[in-house]
Ligand binder design. Structure first.
Ligand code: OAD
Length: 246
């Protein structure tokens, strides 16, 4: 890790009023949540087609729910790490601080962040397949699978975006709008492979924002970043915070 670059990041952030952050699975890795595409990543152990598509759910809702039940159990047992905590702190410090996440684990909220745009949904939310109503449910494990809607009796599904589905257009619109207005965009722990999330930093960059990436490995975004900090989010973010000396 290069301390000069950490100081530069602190300087860029200290001088900014409007900051947007995009996070991905890597920010939760140090909490013990597997990423998707890393060495032990979920998409190396499981086939997305079997577990994370509308077709998979129609074919075998119980199997899909068993997988989400397992993931809920996993993320329910871990704690937010210093990266989540630093972002939660910064929300209270910067005049405009927007957190956009691809993660469905709910760890940003548990760290205390309030203003969160969840692009891909949240495993702690369930949606009625008939009425589209969304409810929070923290039971872990869930009882009989698939769970049924208490109001109409139809199946509930995880309130997450599956492959082949569109993101909520309101959330996406707000995310692009935040990116068009921010002065600095932090991109943390994402492989930047999944659209449309991965185009948000490019959109921000085109609109004049400085891009700071934090990731142990290079990504397709690295060459566009003004500053690329190679390392773990849980180590780098608290260090930047120290150099900002709030
Ligand atoms: P990926 O698993 O594709 O990428 C995780 C990134 O985190 C990689 O670039 C790692 O190098 C990096 N990383 C690992 N440990 C880190 C650490 N300690 N600090 C910082 N970075 C670290 O996860 P995402 O980019 O989030 O979609 O994947 C995007 C989407 O693909 C997910 O939201 C999910 C998945 O299919 C849906 O479920 C719809």
């Amino acid at each position: 890790m290069n301390l000069e670059e950490i100081k530069q990041a602190a300087e860029i952030l200290r001088n900014a009023k409007r900051i947007a952050v995009l996070t991905g699975a890597g920010i939760s890795a140090e909490s013990g949540v597997p990423t998707f595409r890393g060495k032990d990543g979920l998409w190396r152990q499981f086939r997305a087609e079997d577990l994370a598509t509308p077709e998979a759910f129609s074919r075998d809702p119980k199997l899909v729910w068993e997988w989400y039940n397992w993931r809920r159990g996993l993320v329910g047992k871990v704690e937010p790490n210093p990266a989540h905590q630093t972002l939660a702190k910064w929300e209270t410090v910067f005049p405009e601080f927007a957190l956009i996440t691809q993660n469905v684990d709910g760890l940003h909220a548990r760290a205390g962040s309030k203003n969160i745009l969840e692009l891909h949904g949240n495993v702690w939310k369930l949606r009625c397949t008939k009425e589209d109503t969304v409810t929070e449910n923290y039971a872990s494990p869930l009882g009989d699978l698939p769970p049924l809607c208490p109001s109409c009796g139809e199946m509930l599904r995880p309130h997450v975006v599956w492959f082949g589905e569109s993101l909520d257009p309101n959330i996406l619109h707000r995310a692009f709008s935040l990116c068009s207005l921010c002065e600095v965009m932090l991109v943390i722990g994402t492989s930047a492979f999944v659209q449309p999330a991965s185009s948000l930093p490019l959109y921000a960059s085109d609109a004049g924002a400085k891009i700071i990436e934090i990731n142990p490995d290079p990504t397709p975004l690295t060459s566009y970043a003004n500053l690329s900090l190679q390392g773990k989010a849980g180590e780098i973010l608290p260090l930047i915070d120290q150099f900002m000396s709030f």
